[in-house]
Design a protein around this ligand. Structure first.
Ligand code: DGL
Length: 271
């Protein structure tokens, strides 16, 4: 299976696009719902939790794991790839979603000013600033942390007055910091669930970009280039779902994310 990991439900927005583009593969989705959100936690905690999740996905037979979470990609990916992988599973692979997004985002902007909404963890890591400057050194990038958006999504508040208040406020703050922004990236996998509200609150000329399609294209490309990994993946089009919270909690949330009638298993990650 291809493993996809997120702190909670957010990675389901990535899984949906990945399964559309690559329906033949088998997938295991793991949401660490019991410990979400990650975005306001320390580097040490995010790294520890992410490594536990990656190890669990390896143990259940995923030679390839995608961190379908920007916070985990920004804070834990490099350490896992460089320090842990050679020790625990040298033939397995872990990919993140910051880099493929950074490689593409500059293609959307005419004004060369873009805005990024992300969790506080992703913003303070500066991963997007660093990665984007490699591929598009001419882009002016302004980040804005939205600490309230993930708790709103995890609690199903997708279109309430409270959600509109925070979305409107964060958009105003971002555009006040750089009025020339013509492209906004939702750099947290939970945020596409707020897409309708964000779109309504953004000026019409500003493009709104989500990562699902970008990650799906990049994964397809990776699998074409890495036949040694591809040949180890089952292809019967199935998906299994795992959560660290209760099965009932996950099922209810997954429905909001458009995944009805999923078979969910509970998993404990703590050592
Ligand atoms: N969905 C995650 C991301 O893409 C993180 C959400 C959180 O747990 O704060 O950043």
């Amino acid at each position: 299976m291809i493993g996809l990991f997120d702190s909670g439900f957010g990675g389901l927005t990535i899984l949906r696009e990945v399964r559309k583009a690559l329906p033949q593969y088998d997938y295991a989705y793991l949401g660490d719902n019991a410990r979400a959100p990650y975005g306001t936690r320390s580097f040490e905690t995010i790294y520890k939790y992410t490594l536990e999740a990656v190890t669990a996905l390896f143990d259940m037979g995923c030679p390839l794991v995608v961190l379908a979470c920007n916070t985990a990609s920004a804070k834990a990916l490099r350490t896992i790839q460089q320090q842990d992988l050679p020790r625990i599973a040298p033939n397995n692979r872990v990919l993140g979603i910051v880099r493929p997004t950074a490689e593409t985002i500059g293609n959307f902007s005419k004004s060369r000013h873009i805005g990024i909404f992300a969790t506080p963890g992703t913003v303070t890591s500066e991963s997007y600033l660093i990665e984007i400057s490699r591929f598009f050194p001419d882009l002016k990038v302004t980040q804005h942390a939205c600490p309230f958006w993930v708790p709103l999504v995890e609690n199903g508040e997708l279109d309430s007055e409270g959600t509109r208040f925070f979305v409107r406020r964060d958009i105003e703050q971002l555009l006040a910091a750089d009025p020339e922004i013509d492209t906004v990236l939702l750099a947290c996998t939970h945020y596409p669930m707020l897409q309708k509200v964000v779109r309504e609150c953004l000026p019409a000329h500003v493009k709104l970009i989500s990562q699902g399609q970008i990650v799906a294209d990049s994964l397809g490309d990776y699998l074409k280039r890495h036949s040694e990994i591809d040949s180890r993946l089952q292809k019967s089009g199935q998906a299994r779902f795992f959560t660290t919270d209760t099965v009932e909690f996950f099922k209810k949330g997954a429905t909001l994310f458009g995944q009805d009638d999923v078979f969910v298993e509970k998993l404990s990650l703590e050592a």
